[in-house]
Design a protein around this ligand. Structure first.
Ligand code: FE2
Length: 251
């Protein structure tokens, strides 16, 4: 089974369309969306319309929850907060209703065992796996719940966290992952799939992964998209300039 897993579209319809066009050329059975479909960008309805039309299995991210008013964006930066307020005003009722239907995770029964798909971490969907400490907690949670592999987004930085033989986590950024990466089936792994619409690893291209569970390989893919069109959409909508600028810098 080959699946495409992606995250953090962030209402970037220009990136999302480029991704979908590329995905059409890739052999795969299903696609999974790890959340933050909205927030920051200027095309929330356009993105949700396409996810719904294509019936892509999706979970809720923190921006999706905040747009729905499940909690207030107190910890967001001022630009992020403005984008949330704007999105709340823009989102069509049917698309808000669709966001409300999303759960917090998916399980896949794979050849390698149980796979968890969640926005942030197996510990907590809102936790960022940014350090060995977070990764160690996540591996402990995976061992307790017999999870072989986890797929996450949330940090917008594609990478692998690999469990070493002594149980400790090792970090591998996507820049060190050329081609198909063969995973050790006896050790746990956390795959951060990166972000479609707002990557933050200084590479402005959108990103996603292909997982082949039979071969147990991960392939990170990056793709170009019309960044200037996405930036214009943001400024035309009256959203903060910083949200447009960061797309070109990949931060
Ligand atoms: Fe995000």
């Amino acid at each position: 089974m080959k699946v495409i897993i992606f995250s953090d579209i962030h209402a970037n319809i220009d990136a999302f369309k480029a991704f979908l066009a590329l995905a059409e050329t890739i052999d795969h059975e299903r696609m999974y969306n790890l959340g933050d479909t909205v927030g920051y960008g200027a095309g929330p309805n356009e993105c949700i319309d396409l996810v719904r039309y294509l019936n892509i299995s999706s979970v809720a991210g923190n921006h999706d929850d905040v747009v729905l008013g499940r909690y207030e964006p107190a910890k967001f930066n001022p630009d992020g907060r403005r984008a949330i307020q704007w999105c709340r005003g823009e989102l069509r009722d049917e698309n808000a209703d669709w966001l409300r239907t999303l759960g917090d995770f998916f399980w896949i029964d794979s050849v390698q065992g149980k796979a968890l798909l969640v926005h942030g971490s197996p510990v907590d969907k809102d936790e960022y796996i940014m350090s060995k400490w977070n990764a160690e907690r996540a591996f402990t949670a995976m061992m307790e719940r017999d999870i072989a592999i986890s797929f996450v987004g949330h940090t917008h930085k594609a990478c692998l966290w690999l469990q070493e033989i002594d149980g400790s986590p090792s970090f591998k950024p996507q820049s060190e992952c050329e081609g198909s990466i063969s995973l050790d089936p006896s050790l746990k792994v956390i795959v951060n799939v990166g972000s479609i619409g707002q990557p933050r690893d200084r590479d402005p291209r959108g990103g996603f992964v292909i997982w082949d569970d039979e071969q147990h390989t991960i392939r990170f893919i990056r793709f170009d998209y019309p960044i200037e069109a996405a930036q214009k959409r943001i400024t035309d909508a009256g959203l903060p300039r910083f949200l447009a600028d960061r797309l070109a810098g990949g931060y």
